[in-house]
Ligand binder design. Structure first.
Ligand SMILES: [Cu+2]
Length: 187
């Protein structure tokens, strides 16, 4: 029987810890929890271009950071920020984005945005892409949220929207650079 004693003790300690955390969370939990509260994906005018994603995160009781957004049904998802320098808009990859306590983080047109490559056709037909939002709190809390997918804009919208300013000019340069040597080697 002796071997069980330490285990029982450990078990009791874990339960006590869990209760303490729960009480603590409840105190902090008055007000809104951290959550993803809306957004959408805009398909690009041509399939070889990345789609653009926008969304809003509602801050919880603590400051946290959004570390990544991922999807099993897209080849690649990156967080970017549009920055105007000397009148020229360029985009930079974002490593993380702050979500202030009780505040808001917005990925929106002309600012922070997601670039999403090769969304699975079934997801496009279903009109939504299941995504995971990964945060720094609670050992990397993951919030699941389906972003609705809007078809590519037509006409004027295509010429003025973010998708148009995209990425042909913009240098997702790293990516093009990676491709270039391979293409050169074929010749
Ligand atoms: Cu971008």
């Amino acid at each position: 029987m002796k071997p069980f004693a330490p285990r029982l003790f450990l078990g009791t300690a874990l339960v006590a810890t869990a209760l303490t955390l729960t009480a603590c969370e409840q105190n902090l939990g008055k007000g809104q929890p951290l959550n993803v509260v809306g957004g959408y994906i805009q398909m690009a005018a041509t399939p070889d271009r990345p789609a653009v994603g926008y969304f809003t995160v509602q801050g919880g009781p603590r400051d946290v950071q959004l570390m990544a957004v991922t999807s099993d049904l897209a080849q690649r998802v990156e967080m970017h920020e549009s920055v105007k320098e000397n009148g020229v808009v360029t985009m930079k990859p974002l490593v993380s984005a702050d979500v202030p306590a009780k505040g808001k983080l917005q990925f929106k047109q002309g600012g922070k945005h997601l670039m999403i490559w090769n969304i699975n056709g079934a997801a496009v037909r279903a009109g939504k892409l299941p995504m995971q939002f990964v945060f720094t709190n609670n050992n990397n809390e993951r919030i699941l949220f389906d972003l609705p997918i809007k078809p590519a804009p037509g006409g004027e919208a295509a010429a003025t929207g973010e998708t148009a300013m995209d990425h042909s000019k913009m240098d997702h340069g790293a990516m093009d650079a990676e491709k270039a040597p391979a293409d050169a080697a074929k010749k």
